[in-house]
Design a protein around this ligand. Structure first.
Ligand code: G4P
Length: 284
């Protein structure tokens, strides 16, 4: 789903998250593994201070394997627990419960010293729109988990999903907004499809992607679109070749650049161009 954001939405989302965060021990922050920085909002560090933190590199199946490793190390060095996941297939999910225990070991120890036994860790999922929060909750929680309903002492209306005897998850994820002001961030979010294509210039997006792929993933365009020596050509020339190869024509036989651009973006977003990451930790 694509979202349009207005200041009113953002203020409300932030206020709700401030309330919800008071109830939890652990913030599970989903980022898109193809754009792990652009898909974050730095406000989460302020909102989630004093909480245990786990970053999930979601959609890891679409991102470059070696980049996933680099990003994992990058965030680990900053003190976060990190795990790669594919929420659609469930890959990477098995490790999460153990990581949660590890991330919350201080809280568990504090409880133990106070004589509180077996109080489950409470967690909530947060992330920008479209990053995969609902998919993650559904896959991770699975069908077997029962909702625990309202609990005494907990804000009315909050639903907790009991994942196992050690962990409870707030069933509504917290929504963060991306840093739209930054143009490069906006461009990357548009590329992964998290900004509505209708408000974008799709040709411009496709040309940017071609330029990026030519440099960062040589051979990719050649392989999928049979264009030779992409590195030597103008991005527009490559788009033209894609249009010709795929028969993107308007009445009268002229090339339909818009159609070729959409095709290219769809190929990228669905992983048909291979596993691609759009930003690297070195640039951070
Ligand atoms: P949100 O709650 O954060 O807004 O995101 P949501 O779960 O709705 O997921 C957004 C889209 O991302 C969905 O695709 C979902 O299937 C896809 N997705 C989520 N996690 C992963 C992942 O780890 N890997 C891949 N490849 N895709 C993922 P959609 O096209 O909007 O819906 P659908 O066609 O899958 O139903």
């Amino acid at each position: 789903m694509n979202y349009q954001w207005y200041p009113g939405h953002m203020t409300k989302a932030r206020r709700m998250m401030q309330e919800d965060i008071k109830l939890i021990d652990l913030v599970i922050e989903l980022v898109d593994a193809r754009v792990p920085l652009s898909s974050r909002n730095p406000d989460i560090d302020e909102l989630g201070k004093n909480k245990s933190r786990l970053i999930l590199l979601n959609k890891a199946d679409l991102a470059d394997k070696s980049a996933n490793k680099k990003w994992t190390e990058f965030f680990q060095q900053k003190g976060y627990y990190v795990q790669e996941v594919d929420s659609r297939s469930g890959a990477g999910m098995k490790a999460i419960s153990a990581i949660i225990q590890e991330a919350c070991k201080e809280k568990i120890e504090r409880d133990r010293k106070r004589g509180i036994k077996n109080r489950p860790v409470r967690a909530m999922v947060v992330g920008i729109p479209n990053v995969g929060k609902s998919t993650f909750i559904n896959t991770y929680a699975g069908k077997a988990c029962a909702k625990t309903g309202n609990k005494p002492g907990v804000t009315k209306g909050k639903q907790w999903i009991r994942l196992n005897k050690n962990v409870e998850l707030l069933d509504t994820p917290g929504i963060l907004w991306p840093k739209f002001e930054d143009q490069a961030v906006g461009m990357r979010l548009a590329m992964i499809g998290s900004i509505n294509d209708e408000i974008l210039n799709i040709d411009e997006l496709a040309l940017e992607l071609i330029q990026y792929l030519r440099n960062a993933y040589p051979g990719t365009l050649e392989k999928r679109y049979q264009c030779e020596e992409a590195a030597e050509k103008e991005a527009l020339q490559i788009l033209e070749e894609v249009a010709k190869l795929r028969g993107c024509l308007i009445k009268g036989g002229e090339l339909d650049y818009g159609k070729a651009s959409r095709l290219l973006m769809d190929d990228f977003r669905s992983g048909k161009l291979g596993r691609i990451t759009l930003e690297m930790p070195e640039e951070a």
